[in-house]
Ligand binder design. Structure first.
Ligand SMILES: Cc1cc2nc3c(=O)[nH]c(=O)nc-3n(C[C@H](O)[C@H](O)[C@H](O)COP(=O)(O)O)c2cc1C
Length: 294
């Protein structure tokens, strides 16, 4: 027999249904693709300028964006193999990736992590490995792929694009290693640790970073297209009285700067060539928006 619901119960029931759909969406297997031997593999990624997205897309058909996955209440995933691909920022993986390691419940027989870097990953893989272990994840494989360095205060993007980097070779090795489930970790040296410590002494640690102190907007160039509001994985950019404005803690992924079509955003810390910007050639602006939009 049908009983009549009052307004409050109806709202409660609707909330429960919405929550159930959200929770089940986090565990739906539609994103799982198979390796050559038919193993189920999930690859998560974080990206600012597309390098890590491109690498992740070479390892699985549909990589999962960490900024999108982190919107779910329940982050639970299970597969034969789980991998994470992300950039290194001053010798550490991004804050959001660190939070993902703490909050996600991941179950797999084989775990791998790939760091994309521009000049020297220092001791990032070691620190990442330690963080993973503290959260019950045991990496079987940790490697790095050398790519364009998108850190604007130190590098001119036009020069970076001209440089020969062993990206294809590094990635080929990663793919071959993963196919044979190799157990291996990037060797970190004492010099790597000292080098990172020296950089942190000279320039400070990467986090926390207050975004309003990091960026400068050239109001003459800004046309209010709003792409910065859509590519920021933290949703820090918005429209205020004076046009575009930024607040909150920043990942420093530089997605906003590199993806601004007007080149209207620069860095307070310095910008080697304010007219040169970068996004991986195989990655579109829409791909970055899909990955990061909040
Ligand atoms: C704030 C910041 C710090 C960085 N620190 C390092 C670093 O310590 N070592 C390094 O080799 N590359 C460093 N990079 C370069 C990026 O790790 C590299 O370009 C990466 O592939 C970018 O990945 P994405 O395109 O997926 O964002 C840094 C980049 C940024 C923006």
């Amino acid at each position: 027999m049908e009983t009549k619901l009052n307004r409050r119960d109806a709202i409660r029931r609707m909330f429960k249904i919405t929550a159930a759909i959200t929770l089940s969406a986090a565990t739906l297997p539609t994103f799982i693709s198979c390796t050559p031997e038919g193993k189920k593999r999930i690859v998560f990624f974080f990206t600012g300028t597309g390098n890590s997205l491109w690498v992740a897309s070479q390892l699985t058909d549909i990589p999962l964006s960490i900024p999108q996955v982190m919107k779910n209440l329940n982050i639970t995933y299970e597969a034969d193999e789980i991998g994470i691909v992300c950039p290194v920022y001053r010798g550490r993986v991004p804050q959001m990736v660190q939070r993902f390691m703490r909050e996600a419940k991941l179950k797999a027989n084989y775990f791998f992590g790939i760091v994309t870097y521009g000049s020297r990953p220092t001791d990032s893989t070691d620190a990442w490995d330690k963080l993973a272990q503290e959260n019950g994840i045991h990496f079987d494989y940790l490697n790095c792929v050398h790519m364009i360095d998108n850190f604007l205060p130190s590098f001119d993007m036009n020069q970076q694009k001209e440089m020969e980097k062993p990206t294809e070779e590094d990635l080929g090795k990663v793919i071959a290693d993963l196919n044979e489930h190799k157990q291996w970790k990037w060797p970190v040296t004492e010099q790597d640790r000292e080098f990172r410590a020296m950089v942190v002494r000279m320039r400070g640690d990467h986090f926390p970073a207050e975004s309003s102190r990091i960026f400068v907007v050239n109001r003459d160039r800004c046309v209010g297209c709003g792409f910065c509001t859509r590519v920021c994985p933290r949703g820090n950019w918005s429209f205020g009285n004076q046009g575009i404005a930024v607040t909150g803690d920043c990942e420093k992924c530089l997605a906003c700067i590199h993806n601004c079509p007007q080149k209207a955003i620069t860095m307070n810390e310095g910008d080697r060539n304010p007219d040169a910007r970068y996004r991986h050639p195989k990655v579109t602006l829409q791909d970055i928006i899909r990955s990061n939009r909040q």
